[in-house]
Design a protein around this ligand. Structure first.
Ligand SMILES: [Zn+2]
Length: 273
């Protein structure tokens, strides 16, 4: 699916279906989660893994790179989707990561650890780069973080000479970083803006839309700081619903583009540009 943002073209691309479970929710009533999900207990469900391709003037930029070959044959579809869109991985000039978790960054490299995007500059928020790349795995406070530091280093290794870290604000003409911390410390929304139009590519502000849009307090086991993630989700919903800012989410149902509408004390997602 394509969307124009002023002079910028945005295309949603799917990396494949990620197997999910309600066991990943923390401090949230299981029966209520099941009810909101709208599926009988035990029914498998999947999270989409969306990336966004941007045409910025003469350059091609990609927000997030999917799982690569690490999760199984159903995932790691992004390179094929890019070729089908007429923009093979070699044509990508810039990669922007929302954060350095495996389902967003492992698509940077193939099974041998070589760069999938040989010509791309990698842009990451300074806070995110410091958390995953700026220290030893042994300094991690949990086993999951330790493992993910290793994966983050592996995925970014061939890009370190062409990696740029940024703070909040304009990273490229038409692309600005907005720190949305919690899921990871440097989790970043990318605001794409041109003319009067803008879209917030918000990464993982939401993982399970059926539950977390209606109940933003539902946190996720993979959140590095669940309480900060809750607060960021609430604050982001308030902002985008008040401003009617269009959002694009990595785990919102493909193509993952739409608006958040406030309904009393709750919210709903309306797909569509
Ligand atoms: Zn994710």
């Amino acid at each position: 699916m394509r969307r124009k943002i002023g002079d910028i073209d945005m295309t949603a691309l799917s990396d494949g279906p990620f197997p999910a479970t309600l066991d990943t929710l923390i401090e949230f009533d299981r029966a209520e989660a099941q009810r909101l999900l709208g599926k009988p207990r035990g029914t498998p469900f999947f999270l989409p893994v969306n990336s966004y391709l941007l045409k910025l003037g003469s350059k091609w930029a990609l927000v997030d790179t999917g799982c690569g070959p690490t999760v199984g044959p159903e995932l790691g579809q992004l390179p094929s989707r890019l070729r089908e869109a007429g923009v093979p991985p070699e044509a990508i000039d810039i990669i922007l990561l929302t954060h350095i978790h495996p389902d967003h960054a492992m698509g940077l490299v193939d099974a041998t650890g070589a760069a999938i995007f040989p010509n791309a500059e990698l842009i990451v928020h300074e806070v995110e780069a410091n958390f995953w790349l700026g220290r030893e795995p042994a300094s991690a406070t949990t086993e999951r973080i330790r493992r993910n530091i290793g994966k983050a280093r592996h995925a970014t290794a061939p890009y370190r000479e062409r990696m740029r870290t940024v703070y909040d604000g304009e990273a490229l003409p038409g692309v600005s970083a907005m720190l949305l911390p919690g899921h990871t410390p440097g989790h970043t929304g990318w605001v794409i803006h041109s003319g009067r139009d803008s879209v917030l590519i918000w990464g993982d502000v939401v993982h399970i839309p059926a539950i977390q849009v209606a109940r933003p307090e539902a946190a996720f086991e993979y959140d590095v700081d669940p309480q900060a993630a809750r607060e960021t989700r609430q604050r982001t919903f308030d902002m985008v619903s008040a401003d009617r800012l269009c959002v694009a989410g990595a785990h919102l149902d493909f193509p993952g583009i739409g608006t958040i509408v406030r309904t009393g004390a709750s919210y709903r997602f309306e797909p569509g540009a």
